[in-house]
Design a protein around this ligand. Structure first.
Ligand code: MN3
Length: 201
């Protein structure tokens, strides 16, 4: 059994104008596909073949860099596509909205902290909102690492992840990563993030 690229649940141009169709086409169809293909190659004929993606990610520090990077890439991008939706964004409500206000002071303060985590991640990586010891926390990881990995500086259960690799925004935003991180709030699927929050508690 090998890993496969999950189909998007929305059209490539559905996140316009915030994330352009060409970026989505290349990001999902080329970059994510490559992580899947390279992960399958890296585990073929090894004891890691047949393990779940979650099992591989949990032991990232003890497996080959190819499995760590491509397994992380597959996990992170699958999670990212599900974190986004057309006609989404707005302000999270319910238990998640309350927890964000309690933890960060306000939704705007949270957004600032999250964007800062993404903007200051040197090189390529990810910004995260995680649940750690029943509390919300903002963190970031390098490359294709994530907070579920044994190697993560800050470990926890991710409920939102945003890709800050240049391939995620360069066609539209070029070097303006903060602008991309400002626009992405328009397409965050807070319903999904709220479900993850409920499951993580
Ligand atoms: Mn990416």
């Amino acid at each position: 059994m090998s890993f496969t690229l999950p189909a998007l649940t929305y059209a490539l141009d559905a996140l316009e104008p915030f994330i352009d169709a060409k970026t989505m086409e290349i990001h999902h169809g080329k970059h994510h596909q490559a992580y899947v293909d390279n992960l399958n190659k890296a585990i073929a004929g090894t004891p890691n073949e047949g393990k779940t993606l979650g099992e591989l990610v949990a032991v990232a520090g003890t497996i080959s860099p190819a499995v760590r990077n491509n397994g992380g890439g597959h996990w992170n991008h699958t999670f990212f596509w599900e974190s986004l939706a057309p006609h989404a964004g707005g302000t999270p409500t319910g238990a998640l909205g309350d927890a964000i206000t309690t933890t960060f002071g306000s939704f705007d303060a949270f957004k600032e902290k999250f964007a800062a985590a993404g903007a200051t991640r040197f090189g390529s990586g990810w910004a995260w909102l995680i649940v750690k010891d029943d509390k919300l926390e903002v963190s970031s990881t390098p490359n294709q690492d994530n907070p579920l990995m044994d190697v993560a500086e800050v470990k926890g259960m991710p409920i939102l992840g945003v890709d800050v690799w240049e391939h995620a925004y360069y066609l539209k935003y070029q070097n303006r990563r903060p602008e991309y991180l400002g626009a992405i709030w328009n397409v965050i699927n807070w319903t999904k993030v709220g479900e993850r929050f409920a499951a993580a508690k």
